[in-house]
Design a protein around this ligand. Sequence first.
Ligand SMILES: NC(=O)C1=CN([C@@H]2O[C@H](COP(=O)(O)OP(=O)(O)OC[C@H]3O[C@@H](n4cnc5c(N)ncnc54)[C@H](OP(=O)(O)O)[C@@H]3O)[C@@H](O)[C@H]2O)C=CC1
Ligand SMILES: O=C(O)[C@@H]1CCC=N1
Length: 270
Amino acid sequence: MKITFIGGGNMAKALIGGLMKRGYSPSRMHVVEMHKDKCADLHNEFGVRATTELAAAVAHGEIIILAVKPQNLQEVALQLAPLLEGQLVISIAAGIRTQDMARWLGTQSIVRCMPNTPALIRSGVTALYAMPAVTPEQCQRAESVLSAVGSTLWMDDEEMLDAVTAISGSGPAYVFYFIEAMQQAAFELGLDEEQSRQLVLDTFLGACKLAESSQEDVAKLRERVTSRKGTTESALLSMEKNQVKMDIVAAIHAAAVRSRELGDELGKDA
Ligand SMILES: NC(=O)C1=CN([C@@H]2O[C@H](COP(=O)(O)OP(=O)(O)OC[C@H]3O[C@@H](n4cnc5c(N)ncnc54)[C@H](OP(=O)(O)O)[C@@H]3O)[C@@H](O)[C@H]2O)C=CC1
Ligand SMILES: O=C(O)[C@@H]1CCC=N1
């Protein structure tokens, strides 16, 4: 399957890198990127053909992946519309609804999905939504691309993609933020950089593996770490006092609101 990415930024790179680790040949992937220096970087890093010219790259692709910022999507879709020859279009853009893309692109063969950056190491998770006109075979094609870089799940209700964006699309950033906080604390407590990296990352990996392998609720696993009058209790009491959990929940709601706002603001014709 030949894939053309429009937009060669962070997420396109994560998908290209992940697909290559899965064995996709770089010759099957073309990228249209508006910055010449980024085209050169993409070619040097992945060996893919990267160009500023839309037409030839679109003709090459059996699947077109829209990987530009939501703010650039309408412009790209309008340029793309006359070049399409029945290809499946997959959008990874946050917020932008399929009915708006269909109007701009002049096709209903559209799958909207939300991957995340761990796709680079084939540990991503992607939720997908297909417009009703997308055939089962096209759904299978979309799934085979995204499942090459991690797990996948289909959504019946497109609105749920705003929630997915807030949870797993943006989610790696929340995890990195927590890791940064723990590394700062480790440094302040006198551990060196290498020691903090090992202790913090192995703690995250170990806790996630334990949660994944356990049938129990994560709250139960947390309670098991928390000895009465012990160290964890002190930390968790401090977090509760500072409403850390409530703040995290509120922050994730803000991300979902932003996803819906992007759809409302950018879905209107300019
Ligand atoms: N980053 C992430 O973790 C995730 C991102 N997404 C979605 O993926 C999309 C891309 O995000 P991300 O990779 O982070 O963004 P980036 O800004 O890193 O990448 C987009 C690239 O496309 C370029 N571009 C803009 N207009 C055009 C055009 N007309 N033709 C070709 N290239 C163009 C941009 O240039 P310039 O910078 O000048 O605009 C930029 O280099 C977004 O819609 C985002 O919502 C989805 C899941 C996760
Ligand atoms: O921050 C963003 O808008 C994009 C979508 C999900 C992750 N990054």
